[in-house]
Ligand binder design. Structure first.
Ligand SMILES: [Zn+2]
Length: 183
């Protein structure tokens, strides 16, 4: 199906990368986006292979940050809540510190967090994760009652397949099916 293979945003590199080898840096790697140039500072002892790894890691982080700007989660979740007759969260925001999960929600505060790693994925996949978390505002856990709500989103099954594939080839994700969780 053609729309499964939409080119992700990260194929369009929005910045140039410049590597600075520093003798003052002992262990840490830093990165800063300055006027369209991502300046990655690494310790001078690092090998070319390590350099390449860090450049990719830092570039990925900045691409995610840039691509989250195009999506207004509050507006989007309100529209999805309306369309699929689900509750609206009290708060929904991007989170950059989620490595093993795509989304999470707190039943206590009724707030939702969406991993910035999703920002580079197609909109219909992001929408699925939002709907999934909104469904959790009504039903915790993944029983039949939960899936009846989550599958109101027509592309739920395809989105799950997409996320499992992404988790499997993600470099920083050991939890392939760990798409989300609820507190
Ligand atoms: Zn869930």
């Amino acid at each position: 199906m053609a729309d499964v293979e939409q080119p992700a945003l990260f194929t369009l590199e929005p910045f140039r990368v410049e590597v600075l080898r520093s003798t003052r840096r002992k262990r840490t790697v830093g990165a800063q986006l300055v006027g369209g140039v991502l300046k990655v500072a690494i310790p001078s002892w690092m090998s070319r292979a390590e350099e390449a790894q860090w450049v990719e890691k830092m570039a990925a982080r900045y691409r995610r940050t840039l691509s989250t700007d195009r999506i207004d989660l509050v507006t989007r979740s309100a529209a999805l809540a309306r369309r699929y007759d689900l509750p609206r969260p009290t708060e929904i925001r991007w989170a950059d510190d989620m490595t093993a999960r795509w989304g999470s929600c707190s039943l206590h505060s009724r707030s939702v967090r969406i991993s910035t790693r999703l920002a580079a994925f197609p909109d219909w996949v992001i929408d699925y994760v939002i709907v999934h978390e909104l469904a959790h505002l009504l039903v915790a856990g993944h029983g039949p009652d939960f899936w009846r709500l989550a599958s109101r989103y027509p592309k739920a099954e395809r989105a799950i397949g997409y996320l499992i594939a992404k988790a499997a080839d993600g470099p920083d994700d050991g939890d392939a099916a760990g798409h989300e969780g609820c507190d």
